[in-house]
Design a binder for this molecule. Structure first.
Ligand SMILES: CCCCCCCC/C=C\CCCCCCCCCCCCCC(=O)SCCNC(=O)CCNC(=O)[C@H](O)C(C)(C)COP(=O)(O)OP(=O)(O)OC[C@H]1O[C@@H](n2cnc3c(N)ncnc32)[C@H](O)[C@@H]1OP(=O)(O)O
Ligand SMILES: Cc1cc2nc3c(=O)[nH]c(=O)nc-3n(C[C@H](O)[C@H](O)[C@H](O)COP(=O)(O)OP(=O)(O)OC[C@H]3O[C@@H](n4cnc5c(N)ncnc54)[C@H](O)[C@@H]3O)c2cc1C
Length: 646
């Protein structure tokens, strides 16, 4: 064990184990997660570091691993979805699996959109993996749902739908598992009796069940990408492909071609809402991994000098702390927001299943906004962590390049982030409702008293100082008032409308304000949820260290967005000048606990797959060991020497 890291652990002021329990949701859950993590010792999962393999080899290794996972899950009798998820995230490490789409989109779509008869037919096939599925929605030319071109036209004479991609732009593009899957949920515009009824989901067989040869359908892999090398993102061109009427999910078309309207057309979009909700938790996980790597490495890396003494640990540089500790605070904040998002998703989707759709718009708005907010922040954060590791962060052995490449598409897929932030229509609507005197419920209820507070662009000097920067509840309150930026967005729309612009143009001309409002709303939610969590934590040592992190998270956010807080008159200039001073104090308070705080995330070394983030801190000898395994070192003299240089 590296002596620096041993010393760091001795300095901790709290019980690491107890904090792990809080993150997991209780000691029993930690125990079970650790039991499941023992799968890492299974020699059937021994594999080559994907960084040393070609794309095709990586895909093959991933398929082998996916198949192994299925067999092992059966062998160990793991069937609870949360446990399956835990098991898979351990085995996957920092990469995706080739059957990922089957689990996260195909199966959930079947579960939520099959009627009884369809469930009876498809669920046994899909859960036994005879049917391997993907989710084919996006097209070469469009992702916007109303713009999708693939059609499904009902033919009452044969009781079939005819699926067609009439143009190049209508070819389905991106769905994972182009080579792996034999079925797809295809999203297509439904036509019956000559009328378009919008986007609906259909089950389409793509490949022969025994030979895996494509049916008369063009299907394949779209080629190498920035990351996602384990995943065969695919293309799919359907040329008048016929499927039985029964393959339409939720069966909205009667045998005579009559269309039966669903309770809400948006139920078809349910799987996207599910993944967006999951991505909040994934952001927390990846932020936590990145911080673990960068902070452990910073504790064992010595460089340069502060005083004329031996080289200090780089974690002692104030600038290094300023890079990493706000991200550490973010990892904790997002972990609690992830828990909230999961609970909210299951609560509201439970109500939806019972026929109560009243909270569907809120679930959509919150999951879209938090997905965008947390993935954007994490995406930037991983890169800060990588840079903070200097040159060794650039090596794939650090895992940070892989974490970035695998995570960054979360900002794009499942709804491009700006587009998701623009789903703030809900916020503006809520604001208007509140202004009209309606009492809002839930997370939007803070808009109820906006009118009384009159938070607008005031000169700071004209307003009393509302905020004690050392008081977390005051900080939460100021974030709440800043979220009143929605008022500026609503006003911008109003002004545009007064200029006789159409509603659509008024909206587009206010889009920057809308995205800002959405961002402020999400930021408020994160600060509030983090602070709320503290009241549940009884252990005084843990409460203290998490309070310090929550304060850092809140103040750092204010420092980054100082213009908003000043403009709204929520803080004065002298208070604003106090914030960097307080942030520096908080960095000093966090410093002795930094390693313990990342240890509490409890990532096994094999899951982190990072030489820099090793628990024992023995970085240098293992960097050397890793480099020696590089395929270029397989022979002492590379064949290119004989071919070209000699
Ligand atoms: C430290 C430890 C922490 C531990 C925690 C660990 C947890 C880890 C957990 C799990 C790990 C698993 C992670 C999973 C990762 C998996 C990898 C996934 C691989 C990749 C998958 C990618 C798949 C895809 O990308 S599929 C394609 C996705 N496509 C999109 O998202 C398209 C985006 N576009 C849209 O959604 C729409 O076009 C739109 C919303 C932008 C517009 O919709 P529209 O066309 O209908 O138009 P309108 O604007 O007119 O909207 C009308 C109306 O409807 C409302 N609306 C829209 N959508 C919804 C909805 N979904 N639900 C409800 N309502 C909706 C909209 O707001 C409008 O409302 P009005 O009231 O204004 O009318
Ligand atoms: C790794 C990966 C996996 C994927 N897996 C799947 C899958 O399994 N199944 C599937 O169906 N799809 C999948 N996708 C596709 C993914 O869902 C889309 O890429 C995503 O929805 C974004 O759409 P787009 O690529 O068309 O971007 P565009 O919408 O073209 O975005 C380009 C730019 O235009 C801007 N823009 C677009 N519309 C607006 C607007 N209304 N207002 C303001 N700005 C706008 C965006 O902000 C962005 O800056 C995957 C994508 C990736 C990268």
């Amino acid at each position: 064990m590296n002596p620096d890291i041993v010393k760091e652990r001795q300095n901790a002021s709290f019980d690491v184990q107890k904090l792990t329990y809080i993150l997991d949701g209780g000691p029993e859950k930690t125990k079970r997660r650790r039991e499941i993590s023992l799968v890492l010792n299974d020699p059937d999962f021994d594999e080559e570091d994907p960084n040393f393999l070609s794309r095709s080899e990586r895909y093959e290794q991933a398929v082998r691993k996916s198949a192994q996972m299925i067999l092992k899950l059966r062998e160990y009798g793991i069937s609870d979805p949360a446990e399956i998820n835990c098991y898979k995230s351990v085995v996957r490490g920092n990469f995706h699996e080739s059957l990922g789409l089957h689990y996260v989109m195909f199966l959930p779509t079947l579960y939520s959109q099959c009627d009884q008869e369809q469930s009876k037919k498809w669920l046994p096939l899909a859960t036994s993996f005879e049917v391997l599925g993907t989710y084919a929605q996006t097209e070469l030319g469009h992702t916007h749902l109303r713009g999708l071109e693939t059609t499904a036209t009902f033919d009452p004479t044969t009781q079939e739908f005819v699926l067609n991609s009439p143009t190049v732009t209508s070819i389905k593009w991106w769905p994972g598992a182009g080579k792996t899957s034999n079925h797809a949920v295809v999203l297509a515009q439904l036509y019956t009796r000559g009328k378009c009824h919008g986007l609906h989901a259909f089950i389409v067989q793509l490949r022969h069940m025994d030979t895996h040869e494509p049916l008369p359908i063009l299907v394949g892999d779209i080629g190498p990408k920035f990351g996602f090398s384990e995943v065969d993102n695919g293309f799919l061109k359907l040329d008048h492909v016929r499927i039985p009427r029964e393959n339409m999910l939720m069966k909205h078309v009667e045998p005579d071609g009559r269309y039966v309207k669903p309770a809400s057309a948006k139920l078809t979009y349910g799987t996207m809402v599910f993944i967006r909700s999951l991505l909040v938790g994934l952001s927390a996980l990846v932020m936590a991994k990145s911080c673990t790597i960068a902070i452990r490495y910073s504790a064992v890396r010595h460089q340069s000098e502060i005083r004329s003494e031996p080289e200090p640990q780089i974690l002692d540089y104030q600038t290094q702390q300023y890079k990493l500790f706000p991200l550490l605070a973010t990892a904790y904040a997002f972990s609690f927001v992830g828990q909230y998002m999961t609970e909210t998703y299951y609560r509201i989707s439970g109500d939806i299943n019972q026929g109560d759709l009243s909270e569907l718009p809120e679930l959509h708005a919150v999951s879209a906004g938090l997905k965008a907010f947390t993935t954007w922040t994490t995406n930037t954060g991983i890169e800060v962590c990588r840079m903070s590791c200097g040159g060794h962060g650039y090596s794939r052995s650090s895992a940070l390049p892989d974490l970035y490449a695998e995570f960054t598409p979360t900002c794009t897929y499942e709804g491009e982030n700006t587009v998701m932030m623009l789903q703030t229509a809900y916020l503006v609507k809520s604001y208007r409702q509140a202004k009209a005197g309606e009492q809002l419920r839930g997370i939007m209820s803070y808009l109820n008293d906006m009118e009384q507070r009159h938070v607008r662009a005031h000169p700071a000097s004209a307003r009393p100082a509302l905020v004690d920067i050392n008081d977390l509840s005051d900080l939460v309150e100021s974030y709440k008032l800043r979220a009143a930026l929605v008022e500026s967005a609503a006003k911008s729309i109003q002004q545009e409308l007064q200029k006789r612009r159409s509603h659509e143009d008024a909206w587009n001309n206010s889009a920057i304000d809308l995205v800002k409002a959405s961002d402020a709303h999400c930021h408020y939610m994160v600060v509030k949820l983090f602070t709320d969590k503290l009241s549940e934590i009884g252990d005084p040592d843990i409460n203290l260290v998490l309070t310090t992190l929550a304060q850092l998270y809140a103040l750092h956010g204010i420092a980054l967005n100082s213009g908003d807080f000043l403009q709204a008159g929520l803080l004065t200039v002298p208070q604003m000048q106090q914030i960097p001073v307080r942030i520096k104090e908080l960095l000093c308070l966090i410093r002795p606990n930094a390693v313990a705080l990342v240890d509490a995330f409890d990532f096994p070394d094999k899951v982190l797959s990072s030489v820099l983030g090793r628990y024992d801190g023995n970085v240098y000898e293992n960097l050397f060991e890793w480099a020696r395994r590089s395929p270029l070192n397989a022979t002492e003299v590379h064949e290119s020497f004989h071919k070209y240089l000699k």
